[in-house]
Write a protein that binds this ligand. Structure first.
Ligand code: PRT
Ligand code: ZN
Length: 298
């Protein structure tokens, strides 16, 4: 660890932005994909310890996700991609720069499904097993609950069935792990997704590189959250249709060869997609085409 840190500190003189991502796990693939979509190709397929990007002054170091906040705080990496849950649990002195929208999950309290549950008061004096004692401890103390928190590093969901805890506090995604262990989710404490965290004392040149990288990442995310839409609109409903799809600035409107009709081009947010399509149909729009956007410069 010491040698590794000295090595990376020395290398930092070379004005390369260094990002820490998870070596292998639920965040790895999506983190690499995001870099790729941001135009950053890596020259080291084996992903042993680090890779160097070819088209951008970026170096990637691969770590366990739990170690990333500390490495970023220490300045070994300038930035890192971790789950918001790990960022919150580690309480490191780093900035949260951007939420990335992948690896979404929640951290919840769960109890055996046969147990009654009337509210958080039920947890008073109970034994709760978790790998996230900091987040849980804060939540319980904010709500005036005194419970025994048992820290386990894995297989937390087994704790009630083997009698070492009355409840668990763990990550839930689909909920199937809880169901197959005879548990039910009773309190959602936090929602999490992958985030970019950053060292608070980044040098001027690296900060410039970071801005460029963030600009690319935001463009990739905006593109995946939006669609390009083309449709034919009867002129008498044109103003109403334009109000439904205002686009980035305003929609492009062009007359069709057929009298009384216009072609409208705009950008549509993924979140409002079906609601907007239904409304457009009600307003008489025809020939609606929806096309993915590769990059969106925001
Ligand atoms: O080896 P390393 O320490 O790097 O990885 P890790 O094993 O600690 O983490 P990993 O790869 O499992 O998860 C990395 C991050 O992905 C987490 O910190 C979360 O931010 C996020 N994430 C998203 C999840 C899940 N979804 C998830 N479902 N992390 C873990 N799970 C596990 C959970 O622990 C539980 O056992 O999946 C189970 C629940 O899933 P469902 O779908 O059955 O509810
Ligand atoms: Zn981990």
């Amino acid at each position: 660890m010491q040698i590794l840190q000295t090595f990376f500190r020395y290398k930092m003189v070379m004005k390369t932005l260094r990002i820490a991502i998870q070596k292998s796990g639920r965040l790895s693939e999506k983190s690499l994909e995001l870099l790729k979509e941001a135009g950053i190709s890596l020259n080291n397929g084996s992903r042993k310890l680090r890779s160097v990007a070819q088209s951008f002054p970026l170096e990637v170091i691969y770590l366990r996700d739990d170690d990333i906040p500390q490495y970023v705080e220490d300045g070994v990496a300038h930035i890192g991609i971790v789950g918001e849950n790990v960022y919150a649990e580690k309480e490191c002195d780093v900035d949260l720069l951007e939420r990335l929208g992948f690896s979404r999950c929640r951290l919840s309290i769960a109890i055996p499904k046969s147990e009654p549950y009337r509210g958080l008061e039920e947890m008073q004096g109970k034994r709760i097993a978790t790998s996230y004692p900091v987040i849980l401890g804060k939540y319980l103390s904010e709500h005036g609950i005194r419970a025994e928190v048992h820290v386990l590093s894995g297989s937390v969901e087994l704790a009630p069935s083997i009698g070492i805890a009355d409840a668990i506090f763990d990550i839930v995604s689909s909920g199937s792990t809880l169901i197959s262990n005879g548990l039910k989710e009773v309190e959602t404490v936090m929602r999490s997704e992958a985030v970019i965290i950053a060292n608070r004392r980044i040098g001027k040149e690296e900060a410039g590189l970071l801005e460029q990288l963030l600009f690319r990442i935001r463009s990739v995310m905006a593109a995946s959250n939006n669609k390009y839409i083309l449709l034919n609109a009867p002129n008498e409903r044109l103003q109403e249709i334009i109000r439904v799809i205002p686009g980035m600035k305003s929609p492009t409107v062009m007359p069709l060869a057929e009298e009384g009709w216009s072609s409208v081009h705009s950008v549509l947010s993924e979140k409002r997609f079906w609601e907007v399509i239904d409304r457009l149909k009600e307003l008489g729009a025809q020939g609606i085409l929806v096309i993915p956007i590769e990059k969106m410069i925001v």
